[in-house]
Design a protein around this ligand. Structure first.
Ligand SMILES: Nc1ncnc2c1ncn2[C@@H]1O[C@H](COP(=O)(O)OP(=O)(O)OP(=O)(O)O)[C@@H](O)[C@H]1O
Length: 285
């Protein structure tokens, strides 16, 4: 089990990026949601032992992973937000090189790289230089390298950036399968990335946890507080100032808005069932 206990991270001359946060990860897929600047990447870098926390403990299977990170590093697959590649190497060469860095024997590296290229649907491009790969293909190389050593803990930072809708679905399903007997921590600011696959949602804002629990409980926390109402386009700015608008749909000359309000916000407002996006907005506000 990976435990992040009372973690604070302060960068030089900055406010707290992570502010006394505790997170314990067992098997399953945890969706870490939060707006830009919430501190998600900082927390993930600490979990991946790339950065040390200013204060707090990282424990892996009960042992301190800040002063002795090796056991966690061996068990970890990490895909950072700014994952870089060597453009002159082919996909196969690059993954084989990283497998060697991770200590896989030549023989098992060959087999593993082949398996992973199939898994991320890049077998057809294995012998082409990475410099010619699209953004989505490079993302898939990043995912493959995170899985090289069959990790028990998988930490992925905004992994679906640059993927097309079909690739997003495939990737979500892959992580969901992997999380059956592993810990997967996936950070994103896109609610739909975790909506159908997360067994637990952690919402972070300004370095702190705003919600940690079952996705259904998060949605239920705003039951009765989500409404839809028609608005004339000229009145829209006023509505946006008075209450949080979670969505707006233009139809003809009108706009239908979806808003958060504890009480019926207008006589013609109708109550609607909340979804995860509504609840996410409510807790990060
Ligand atoms: N290396 C760094 N040096 C100084 N400040 C940093 C550094 N990394 C992050 N920060 C600051 O810490 C805060 C949290 O950033 P972080 O990248 O962890 O958030 P995030 O939730 O991952 O956001 P994003 O989705 O935009 O990456 C921000 O105010 C950011 O500017």
């Amino acid at each position: 089990m990976l435990e992040l206990i009372d973690i604070t991270k302060v960068y030089k001359g900055q406010k707290r990026a992570v502010d006394g946060l505790t997170l314990r990860l067992g098997p399953g897929l945890v969706g870490l949601l939060g707006p830009n600047g919430a501190g998600k990447s900082s927390l993930l870098r600490i979990a991946a032992t790339v950065t040390r926390p200013t204060r707090g403990q990282v424990r892996f299977d009960g042992a301190d992973a800040v002063t002795r990170p090796a056991p966690l590093r061996r068990a970890l697959g990490y895909l950072p937000q700014d994952f870089g590649v060597y453009p002159h190497l082919t996909g196969q060469e690059f993954l084989t090189y990283l497998a060697a860095v991770r200590g896989l024997s030549h023989r098992s590296a060959r087999a593993r790289v082949g398996e992973l290229l199939d898994l991320v649907n890049l077998a057809h491009a294995a012998k082409r230089p990475l410099g010619g790969y699209s953004g989505g293909m490079l993302r898939r190389v990043g995912i493959a390298q995170a899985l090289l050593a069959d990790p028990r803990v998988i930490v992925v930072d905004e992994p679906t950036a640059g993927l097309d809708p079909e690739e997003r679905v495939r990737f979500r399903n892959l992580l969901s399968d992997l999380s059956a007997d592993r810990s997967v921590l996936l950070s994103t600011h896109i609610v739909s990335d975790v909506e159908s696959v997360a067994t637990r949602i952690v919402v972070m804002a300004a370095g702190r946890i705003r919600f940690d629990g079952d996705p259904g409980d998060l949605v239920r926390s705003v039951a009765g507080h989500v409404w839809e109402l028609p608005v004339a386009p000229a009145d829209l700015p006023g509505v946006q100032q008075r209450m949080p608008v979670t969505r707006q749909i233009r139809t003809g000359g009108h706009v239908r808005v979806r808003v958060l309000a504890t009480q019926r916000p207008a006589p013609d407002a109708t109550p609607v069932a909340p979804d995860l996006s509504d609840a996410y907005l409510a807790v990060t506000r």
